[in-house]
Design a protein around this ligand. Structure first.
Ligand code: SF4
Length: 386
């Protein structure tokens, strides 16, 4: 076994893809782009992930680290400095060439590049050099998601925004106190929030050379003892202040030989409720103040956050579907943006009188029934939390 932090030499490219692709699985980069379970393994044992892009297209990404060596010791992380395992790195030339070969063979159509940190400035230089080669030497015009490492300089962020379609900084925890529990070397404001602010400003100023550069972040959920209220308060603030395209929530899973190896894993349902809350913040006009938390500051697990809000606000219901505004329709459980638009369009031609009329526009009529009037009448329903 190699010593911690010592790089193994003489590792061939195929082995590097195997090891550094496996190490990259903890970074989320889009819907359906997640952990080992979602990967597609081709006949060359390469690490390829299907990912849904911001424009809705689904493509295969090479999701990879430049190196799994890291000088930091984040308590939850498989790549932390104190773990004793094999450390390897790509050179920028080697990784750019490998990506080009995979792209030419039609195996991947995009790149997601992250890395362990071996001197933040030097590692960012190498990551940017990799993407510059991909863009210039290999003339790749497609999708690149580039991770911005903690401690990156303004110049790194500026170049990243010019080169990539998407950039991201992993906040990992919702505030400085929580981050200090799980990643003591990282400064929440200086190392993480500041690069997000720089990227936000640069994107707003149109510094990106691609039409739609966007940025995201990721939290590891349940490692720092944080509540859902803390996570979603920061999430809502980030959407307001740094124009994030998405926030990703990654349920904590303990990793052997880390300080959190005996910490219980976070239930997938918690992650699911956070995503549901995030969705109604982004797409349904809900604010953080609308979200309902239990006494411990967490989202109730028994019902989704929109239903929980509706049950907590009986004064807002029932809503007459034939008269409600779009905003009022979006507050009704079972009615989403698409079905709300269809209701607004179709009710010009006739009244909604039956639950079957709602089903035809794609609403979940059974869920909406306790909260609506159809042509002045409450439809029959059975109470259900789901
Ligand atoms: S800086 Fe990143 S790679 Fe390094 S230990 Fe922390 S989370 Fe892991």
């Amino acid at each position: 076994m190699s010593s911690p932090g010592r790089e193994v030499v003489g590792v061939d490219t195929r082995q590097k893809i195997e090891v550094l692709g496996r190490s990259a699985q903890y970074d989320l980069c889009g819907q359906a782009c997640g952990t080992e379970a979602s990967r597609v393994r081709d006949d060359l044992d390469r690490w390829i992930y299907p990912a849904l892009l911001p424009d809705g297209k689904r493509i295969n990404l090479l999701k990879i680290l430049l190196t799994n060596a890291c000088e930091n010791d984040c308590h939850y992380c498989a790549n932390r400095a104190s773990r004793n395992f094999r450390r390897i790195s790509f050179t920028p030339e080697e990784l750019a060439y490998t990506f080009d070969q995979m792209h030419r063979k039609g195996l991947v159509r995009g790149l997601f590049l992250s890395s362990g940190v071996c001197n933040a400035a030097r590692t960012m230089d190498r990551m940017i050099a990799t993407v510059e080669l991909v863009r210039r030497r290999y003339a790749f015009p497609g999708y690149v998601h580039l991770k911005i490492l903690p401690g990156a300089t303004f110049a790194h962020v500026e170049r990243a925004v010019q080169l990539a379609n998407r950039v991201s900084v992993n906040l990992e925890a919702p505030n400085p106190e929580r981050l200090a529990r799980i990643a003591p070397p990282k400064d929440f404001t200086a190392h993480l929030l500041q690069p997000l602010r720089w990227a936000s400003r640069l994107i707003a100023e149109g510094q990106g050379q691609r039409a739609s550069v966007s940025q995201t972040t990721q939290f590891v959920v349940g490692a720092a003892g944080e509540t859902d209220r803390e996570l979603l308060s920061t999430t809502a603030r980030l959407y307001r202040e740094v124009a994030l395209a998405r926030v990703y929530f990654s349920a904590f899973q303990p990793i052997v030989d880390t300080p959190l190896e005996d910490h219980p894993p976070t239930l997938p349902l918690r992650e699911h409720r956070l995503y549901q809350s995030d969705f109604i913040l982004r797409r349904y006009g809900f604010t953080f103040e609308d979200l309902v938390f239990d006494d411990s500051g967490n989202l109730p697990s028994e019902a989704d956050p929109k239903l929980t809000w509706a049950q907590a606000h009986p004064e807002c219901f029932p809503v007459e579907v034939n008269r409600a505004s779009r905003e009022e329709l979006l507050r009704i459980p079972g009615i989403g943006p698409t079905s709300a638009s269809r209701i607004l369009k179709l009710r010009r031609q006739g009244r909604f009188c039956q639950l079957s009329d709602l089903r035809k526009v794609g609403a979940v009529a059974k869920r909406a029934a306790p909260f609506i009037l159809l042509n002045g009448k409450q439809p029959p329903f059975q109470l259900s939390l789901w």
